[in-house]
Design a protein around this ligand. Sequence first.
Ligand code: FES
Length: 171
Amino acid sequence: MSYKLMYKPLTDPQRKVIGEILKRYGNSEVNILNALLEIQDVLDEKYIGEEVCEIVSDQTGIPMVELYDIMSFYSMIDTEPRAKFKLEVCDCGSCYLNNSETLIKTLERKLGIKSGEHTYDWLFELETCPCVGACDIGPVFKVGDEVFGNLTDERIDEILSELYQRRDQVV
Ligand code: FES
């Protein structure tokens, strides 16, 4: 079963952080991509929605239509809400041969979701990804910049538990 995220208005602290990030990038079109990526990263749902776009447009003077052009061009910018922790299982050559499919099934079972879905609390989502360059410890999955390999059932439980403990941290 999959779930759709409810639209959540930005909080005042989130608005403030967005404003600060834009200011740090000079409130201009220069480096707007980096500013958008950083904003996306600090927001719980990991996406640039309309409300964020309005703030960016107001503060930088970049028209909304131009922002949408930029966001649709760069696939690393999400325009739909994402879960806090995106678990990406490498399903390329070496990992595939080392049973990445079993790892996907294990994570699906532990999280109670299928690949491509997210948990009801929007904490975890599961996807596949290309090689992350850690073939020697595969199969692996990554969460942001962290890559996890040499996995046992016990180790997977530990990782999920560690991530759960970080649920309230700004990532
Ligand atoms: S094939 Fe999975 S990390 Fe390289």
